[in-house]
Design a protein around this ligand. Structure first.
Ligand code: MN
Length: 237
């Protein structure tokens, strides 16, 4: 039986009252041998029942995170906040981490993973770091526009089998303090953290780029989904 990957989805801007999720996540999971199961963010959601219905958790891209979760007031640069998605995703991530079950966070998903585990964020990386590297690219999503350096020996390194990679970039927030129990497993050339992972044997990985948009053209992105689905398969067995 194929591993079941829960993918959180939240209410979008475009159609009020309707859940939205890019089909590319679903297709990337399917291409890697898994089945995507959508987990809608809702205040009334039974997080425990939803978590136990799947073998792994993918937290996708989306809007900004309410900085109240790391003790800050919102800066003027902070973007759209979805309190329901924040609460639901933090709760379900904490459950997966506590149980040592596989989690993959993508873009916002990596940032929520870090906050759920006790780390914090730059509400706006341009204010926080002073970088002038373009992290909100104007090129299409399948094209990697900036380089990252991957920590040798990390889980990410073992998966992509490379120390440098070109990735796409669609973010203005970034991980600042990495949660305890996690490491920064990749950085852009300006020092902005581009991947985090839990120390230890499990699979809890966050990437700041969007591998689901690169997967058909980029071996590393393909390997990432393959390794995640494989970790979910193992955990199930
Ligand atoms: Mn970037």
């Amino acid at each position: 039986m194929k591993p079941r990957i829960g993918v959180t989805c939240s209410l979008g801007d475009a159609s009020p009252g309707q859940y939205t999720l890019s089909a590319l996540y679903v297709k990337a999971i399917a291409a890697a041998g898994g089945v995507a199961v959508l987990l809608p963010c809702d205040e009334e959601a039974d997080v425990e029942a939803m978590a136990s219905s799947v073998d792994g958790l993918l937290v996708p891209g989306g809007g900004d995170i309410d900085p109240v979760y790391f003790g800050e007031e919102p800066r003027v640069e902070n973007g759209r906040i979805d309190p329901t998605a924040d609460a639901f995703e933090i709760a379900i991530i904490r459950r997966f981490l506590a149980q040592g079950r596989p989690v993959l966070g993508i873009c916002r998903g990596m940032q929520v993973l870090n906050v759920a585990a006790g780390g914090d964020l730059y509400q706006d990386l341009y204010q926080g770091t002073g970088t002038s590297l373009q992290h909100r690219q104007n090129a299409p999503g399948w094209h990697g526009t900036h380089e990252i350096q991957i920590e040798p020996g990390s889980l990410l390194h073992r998966i992509v089998e490379a120390e440098r990679l070109r990735v796409n970039s669609f973010h203005h927030q970034a991980v600042r303090r990495v949660a305890s129990g996690f490491i920064a497993s990749a950085k852009a050339n300006d020092g902005v953290i581009e991947a985090i992972e839990a120390r230890g044997p499990g699979f809890a990985l966050g990437v700041q780029w969007h591998p689901e948009r690169m997967v058909t053209r980029c071996q590393a992105s393909k390997k990432l989904f393959a390794a995640f689905v494989q970790a979910c398969r193992k955990k199930r067995a």
